[in-house]
Design a protein around this ligand. Structure first.
Ligand SMILES: [Cu+2]
Length: 330
């Protein structure tokens, strides 16, 4: 039985350090995983779900480096035009073995496709709402007020074209901005949006990690946590990297309900390019904490072969799915 003091209540309430410390006992009982999500001690070292999800509709391993550059053409002024078709559809997703979530998606997947362009490209997004609720696409980045995806609500069956120039360079996101906002985002309407700088970043093994979670019983709190939707996916299928190759992580936090999320990588440190808007790193660390909607580009090289864990440093998130491995090979 879940206790009535959610992390949200405690963190959001007017409690001082002593109050928070006092509440820790109440928080000691972890969030109960959803029925059917069979989490057990895999061995003495990690908690893990048993079984495997059907990866044919969506494979988080393939999603990592699946960049969607759109349909490319040239405008008469020489500007590159990129066009995408994005359709909002309701779809049930398997987020852990045997655990299904009634999602609202962009193009049938959560996260939606990773849209990628260069700074200054003209972007044209043909949005169609084939879902059951009114939706929009709100992009982070520069664009006119009429392209903001807030007031121009697209009802089921309707369409809208968003058009603007990509910028500033960096790592951004897009998400539905219909109300109630947290419900529309949490249901799965979000994705990463990368704007490459005119000065290219160095060649690297690039991957996208979108930190997310799922409120499977709709009580306003998450029961399952993940990166790229499927709990423990990268534990069962480690992300393979080469020794000493430059790895660039596009890390986006789209977790709802919990105020902060984090990433910690074992046995290594990484450079942090906050929001990716500048080409010089801001920090060199092994753990980064992020608010909702925050995103950073991280760069690192593995110095040793073997399996290195990465996970949220909130232990509860890690034990409910937000944990995986890099497997470093020579
Ligand atoms: Cu929506």
């Amino acid at each position: 039985m879940k206790n009535k003091f959610s992390r949200r209540t405690v963190l959001g309430g007017a409690v001082g350090a002593a109050g928070l410390a006092g509440a820790r006992g109440l928080l000691g009982t972890p969030t109960v995983p959803p029925a059917g999500m069979d989490i057990e001690a895999h061995d003495a070292r990690v908690m893990l779900t048993t079984g495997e999800v059907d990866l044919s509709p969506f494979d988080p391993s393939k999603f990592l480096s699946d960049f969607d550059y759109g349909k490319v053409s040239q405008l008469t002024n020489g500007q590159t035009l990129r066009e995408w078709e994005i359709v909002a559809v309701d779809k049930e997703l398997e987020i852990a073995p045997g655990v299904y979530f009634p999602a609202w998606t962009y193009n049938g997947q959560v996260p939606g496709p990773t849209l990628r362009c260069s700074e200054g490209d003209r972007l044209r997004i043909h949005f169609k709402n084939a879902g059951s609720h009114p939706h929009t696409i709100h992009f982070h980045g520069f664009h006119p007020a009429t392209m903001d995806g807030v007031f121009e609500v697209v009802k089921p069956g309707e369409e809208l074209v968003y058009e603007f120039d990509g910028g500033p360079s960096g790592l951004h996101l897009y998400h539905c901005h219909s109300v109630p906002l947290k419900r529309h985002i949490h249901k799965g309407l979000y994705g990463a949006f990368i704007v490459d700088p005119p000065e290219k970043r160095p060649d690297a093994h690039e991957i996208v990690l979108v930190m997310n979670g799922f409120d499977t019983n709709f009580d306003g709190d998450n029961e399952v946590y993940a990166v790229n939707t499927v709990a423990f996916h990268y534990h069962r299928h480690p992300i393979e990297v080469k020794l000493q190759e430059l790895v660039r992580i596009y890390l986006v936090n789209l977790l709802e309900f919990d105020l902060v999320n984090s990433l910690h990588i074992h046995g290594n440190f990484f450079e942090v390019f906050r929001t990716g808007t500048r080409l010089t790193p801001d920090e060199f660390t092994d753990t980064i904490m992020m608010c909702q909607g925050e995103r950073h580009i991280l760069e690192l090289k593995f110095q040793h072969t073997g399996k290195f864990m990465f996970h949220a440093h909130q232990s509860e998130f890690a034990e409910l799915g937000w944990m995986g491995f890099f497997e470093v090979k020579d």
